[in-house]
Write a protein that binds this ligand. Structure first.
Ligand code: NAD
Ligand code: UDP
Length: 338
């Protein structure tokens, strides 16, 4: 009775593993460490007093993953492993296809062979493309992805739908995350981007800790409350909890289900900056720049389906998330590289 967590040493994976261990699940992680560090395992032990079994495995390669299915008694899988940089995906679309879609195909092949029925998949709000309206609902049209990364998430969703049609005993939860931010309250694990952060929150925390001079605000002429882009920022601990809710849902044998994981509330860039300043007491210098290509005005979730069907909803607000992101960054100015 083990949960296989692919990409379990990554940002969202590590927080989910902590929640799983705290709830008494037996956890097996596979990760090729292309975007995470082994130090994460020590931190997980410091928080939970437990160490999940870890295998350095590239999920793309069946010969690496197969022994894990042979050795472990896997009942459920949470599939986080994947590359996630939008900019990098534009430069290397084949790599994104091979890594994200390729590894999902290998995973499904072994799932089928070893009769593992339950899978939770990390999808993204990016599958909705340019929203025609907000809040976004699960049955809104998908497609028109603005970058190859988003396209891989959509391709995997289609792959999972085909798989569920062919495997009547499969239970699959596709979770479409909105914008994960925050960190564990211990300050021991958090987001550790390599190089210059693309995403807003790690950029803000790096300005706060003195690693970057100022924040570029990408555009202030959007049709939003203050002209800056509006997103649905969700605390990573709420997201982690959403995966446990999904596992409970899969135990009811629902077949394939899709849920948005967000807060249902939109926050602008300047509102997030203000919330961060309030939570940290640190002033964030920013400069208004041009729009970033591919960005949309507003993007936030309708979260009623997850509440209705999984009894899950977010608990933390933006200030909580800012406080926790800041604690992580302040305690670990260089991430896991001390
Ligand atoms: P992350 O990069 O921190 O974690 C992903 C992990 O997967 C890393 O530890 C990496 O080493 C591992 N990995 C990548 N390719 C692998 C492979 N072929 N074999 C084995 N391990 C591999 O990213 P995250 O923010 O924790 O995201 C987790 C998942 O959630 C990803 O699939 C991502 O696309 C998805 N997602 C993330 C966000 C976000 O903003 N963070 C939003 C929506 C969806
Ligand atoms: N953003 C910004 N400066 C940055 C990074 C992001 O102004 O350095 C804005 C971006 O234009 C968007 C919001 O912050 O409106 C969230 O961007 P992020 O890349 O974090 O997430 P996205 O929703 O684009 O995936």
């Amino acid at each position: 009775m083990s949960i296989l967590v692919t990409g379990g040493t990554g940002y969202i994976g590590s927080h989910t593993v902590v929640e799983l261990l705290n709830k008494g699940y037996d956890v097996v992680i596979v990760d090729n460490l292309c975007n995470s560090k082994l130090e994460v395992l020590n931190r997980i032990f410091k928080i939970t007093g437990k160490t999940p079994r870890f295998y350095k495995v590239d999920v793309r390669y069946e010969e690496e993953l197969r022994p894990i299915f042979e050795k472990e008694k896997i009942t459920d899988i949470i599939h986080f492993a994947g590359l996630k940089s939008v900019g990098e995906s534009v430069k290397f679309p084949e790599l994104y296809e091979e890594n994200n879609v390729g590894s999902s195909k290998v995973l499904l092949k072994l799932m089928s062979e070893f009769k593992v029925h339950n899978l939770v998949f990390s999808s993204s709000a990016t599958v909705y493309g340019v929203p025609k309206h907000v809040p976004l609902m699960e049955d809104d049209p998908v497609g028109g992805c603005t970058n190859p990364y988003g396209q891989t998430k959509l391709d995997i969703e289609y792959l999972l739908k085909d798989y569920a049609k062919e495997h009547k005993d499969a239970n699959i939860a596709i979770l479409r995350y909105f914008n994960p931010i925050g960190a564990h309250q211990s300050g021991l694990i958090g987001e550790d981007p390599q190089g210059i952060p693309n995403n807003l929150m790690p950029y803000i925390t790096q300005v706060a800790v003195g690693k970057r001079e100022f924040l570029n605000v990408w555009g202030n002429d959007y049709h939003t409350i203050d002209g800056t882009g509006v997103r649905d920022y969700i605390h990573v601990l709420d997201l982690a909890d959403g995966h446990l809710a999904a596992l409970r849902k899969l135990a009811e044998k629902p077949g394939l289900v899709i849920y948005n994981l967000g807060t249902g509330r939109g926050t602008s860039v300047l509102e997030l900056v203000a919330a961060f300043e309030k939570a940290s007491g640190v002033k964030i210098k920013y400069v208004i720049g041009p729009r970033r290509s591919g960005d949309v005005d507003e993007n936030y979730a309708d979260v009623t389906k997850a509440k209705r069907e999984m009894n899950w909803e977010s608990k933390y607000n933006i200030e909580d998330a800012c406080r926790d992101s800041w604690r992580w960054q302040k305690n670990n100015p260089n991430g896991y590289d001390e």
